[in-house]
Design a protein around this ligand. Structure first.
Ligand code: KG4
Ligand code: ZN
Length: 335
């Protein structure tokens, strides 16, 4: 039985988890939404400072919830990148210090790999996807399509040319004065029934697996500017419903297109945007029509969390990977 402690601090969430042979024993997260919401987005300087405040209690709680102490831990995993360097260094330095003090094996984990493998974490009584699968990764920093052949072989087939899908949710929410983070707020508002504004779906006719979300953000901004005195609550709702529909449709279109064209019958959703109820519903319908099997982790395992890093770290350690204690953070780290 191997217990691994995983630490995640790539953006604004401080998270830690203990997994035992890949099964989650604890999963603790301290968010910073209240710190960043007045600014409508993550302020890197504040994110780093708050990781520093949160990391000790979060790791303590992860050990406590798992019913273990440091003597029981056999490996340390931490997000190395991609992410904000001032945030990454806090988790990285904490993890290195633990590994050095306890003489434990240590690995730096790619955050994207963590998201892409999260659907395979056991323990939620959900069926798990078998390899190979086609995965959509849609988060605040990344949006792309990945062929996941096994735990180690992951190939990017296409990604966004500009904004990430989650970034578009956050920017549109800011434009409409809704708050931060925008994704969950827009998701909730888009559940309401009523009229929808039409927005363009960039690169829709292209057979490539690339995305572009800066155009739709500009369209929303133009629409808002056209309304004298700004949109009233009904108009805001119509914009929100239309925006979410356009983003969801293009994401589902491209991931199902990728699966069909590569003859992969299993589709996986991952990243914060995969928590979106409209996306999950539309993906279910389209996959069913196309004889594709769909898997999506529980919403709290789509958004940033510690267990995805502990799990990916456990797999890396099991495969023999070891990193040295001079490992540097990577702001960008493509798979
Ligand atoms: O994966 P994640 O937690 O962090 C990154 O790696 O970026 O993704 C965060 C992004 C944010 O942009 C947030 O607005 C979006 O995911 N998000 C959502 C939902 N929940 C989070 N977007 C749409 N609908 C949601 N329910
Ligand atoms: Zn993430």
């Amino acid at each position: 039985m191997v217990k691994v402690l995983g630490i995640e601090s790539s953006c604004d969430d401080t998270a830690a988890s203990v997994v035992e042979d890949g099964r989650v024993l604890s999963d603790v997260i301290a968010g910073q939404a209240t710190v960043h919401s007045p600014y409508g987005g993550v302020v890197p300087e504040l994110a780093g400072r708050n990781h520093l405040l949160n990391i000790m209690p979060v790791v303590d709680k992860a050990l406590e919830d798992a019913g273990v102490d440091l003597d029981d831990i056999q490996g340390i995993a931490v997000t190395r990148g991609p992410g904000l360097v001032g945030s990454l260094v806090v988790g990285l330095q904490f993890a290195k210090t633990l590994a050095a003090a306890r003489n434990l094996p240590f690995v730096g984990v790619n955050h994207l790999r963590g998201h892409l493998l999260a659907a395979r974490i056991e323990g939620d009584d959900l069926p798990l996807p078998e390899f190979p699968y086609m995965a959509l990764l849609a988060s605040g920093g990344h949006t792309g399509i990945y062929l996941v052949e096994n735990e180690m072989e992951i190939t990017c087939l296409g990604q966004t040319r500009d904004d990430a899908a989650g970034e578009a949710f956050d920017k549109v929410a800011r434009l409409l004065g809704l708050g931060y983070p925008g994704g969950p707020l827009i998701d909730l508002m888009a559940e309401s029934q009523g009229s929808k504004e039409q927005f363009p779906q960039s690169l829709r006719q292209r057979k490539s697996f690339e995305f572009s979300f800066s155009g739709i953000k500009t369209s929303v901004a133009q629409r808002v500017a056209q309304i004298p005195g700004g949109p009233d609550p009904d108009q805001v709702l119509a914009i929100v419903r239309g925006f979410q529909q356009a983003v969801v449709e293009i994401l589902v279109r491209k991931i199902t297109l990728a699966a069909r064209s590569k003859q992969i019958s299993t589709v996986v959703l991952s990243g914060g945007v995969a928590a979106n109820k409209g996306l999950r519903k539309h993906a279910r319908e389209v996959c069913e029509r196309n004889d594709l099997e769909l898997f999506a982790p529980p919403p709290e395992r789509c958004t940033d969390n510690g267990s995805m890093i502990a799990y990916a770290g456990y797999l890396a350690l099991r495969a023999g990977q070891r990193d040295s204690l001079d490992l540097a953070p990577l702001a960008g780290w493509p798979l």
